[in-house]
Write a new protein. Structure first.
Length: 312
């Protein structure tokens, strides 16, 4: 592997990886490994993390971009660095990498930005180092890093089960138009799952026993049909109530978007990003303008898009 470093290959690789929306998220009970069993329908959307990898003798990461990155770790706990080190160990690569990440996906926003960074780091380092790891092996490594990392690698539209890392591609026709409302709050994924557990415990007598979760077949039908109105009827997220309980300001955001013409809205993943589904591109533009006029940061995105890929 060290010969590849000295062979004069391109010394900088650029990889783009998408954020995601959970158009459906069912949450089951806690499994033996401490994670919850989930069934989710992921859609990768056109809000990307840009990751640049350069040759180095050690492992470093830095951040820039329109997102406030001041609180992000740059030590060995950083998920992108963990991905690079995991690939180096897996391939017996002797060098390191310098990762520069331009962040656009909200931090702790429920859109899988950190997972996108990790997926991009795997692809970038594999290309930079010339390790040529088969895609199936990259997916296995991705699953060791986090539940959403395999999907950031795959992109498109997919059903995730287990912790979310067991993927099955799902057919989605056409293009879906989304508007993302980005509240200032940040929500920790473990905190939101913990709040869901507490809610279920408090109301265990009234709630039906939670069976193994599965994605509503109507969601798959709507995606196959490419019909935003049909999909709007079946958007669902078991974490939404817990996220709103921890960040009550999300409730008026949902109301504002639906009053402004969204077909439907939901908290994405563990939040606090709120994703609104629009009829088409014109509807998304009108919705973005309305949300911005109400004082919210709002972005238009489309999906599905491809997963982590080398650019250029």
């Amino acid at each position: 592997m060290t010969e590849a470093v000295e062979s004069g290959r391109d010394t900088r690789v650029h990889v783009r990886a998408p954020g995601k929306i959970n158009v459906y998220l069912g949450v089951g009970e806690v499994m033996a490994d401490g994670y919850h069993e989930v069934a989710t329908a992921y859609q990768a959307v056109s809000l990307y993390e840009e990751v640049y990898a350069s040759e180095s003798s050690d492992f470093t990461v830095s951040f820039r971009g329109p997102v406030d990155c001041s609180g992000l770790p740059t030590d060995e706990t950083n998920l992108a660095l963990r991905a690079a080190r995991l690939l180096a160990t897996h391939t017996a690569y002797a060098g390191g990498v310098r990762l520069e990440i331009e962040k656009h996906v909200p931090i702790a926003g429920g859109m899988g930005g950190g997972s996108a960074d990790a997926a991009a780091a795997l692809v970038a380092c594999d290309a930079l180092w010339g390790t040529s790891v088969p895609r199936e092996e990259l997916h296995e490594l991705a699953a060791l890093l986090g539940a959403d990392v395999p999907f950031a690698l795959a992109g498109g539209t997919a059903i995730g089960t287990g912790r979310g890392e067991e993927l099955s591609p799902a057919l989605a026709r056409g293009t879906f138009h989304w508007v993302l409302a980005l509240p200032d709050a940040q929500l920790s994924t473990p905190a939101v799952y913990g709040e869901l557990d507490r809610h279920r415990e408090r109301h265990r007598a009234e709630l039906a026993p939670k069976l193994a979760p599965s994605v509503d077949p109507a969601v798959l039908q709507a995606l196959r049909a490419g019909d935003p109105r049909q999909l709007a009827e079946v958007l669902a997220n078991d974490l939404q109530a817990a996220a709103i309980h921890l960040a009550p300001e999300l409730a008026p955001v949902l109301e504002t978007g639906e009053r402004a013409g969204a077909l439907a809205g939901l908290v994405s993943g563990s939040g606090p990003t709120v994703a609104f589904l629009a009829e088409d591109g014109d509807g998304a533009l009108e919705l973005q303008i309305a949300l911005s006029a109400s004082g919210l940061r709002a972005l238009r995105v489309t999906g599905p898009v491809h997963g982590a890929r080398v650019v250029g």
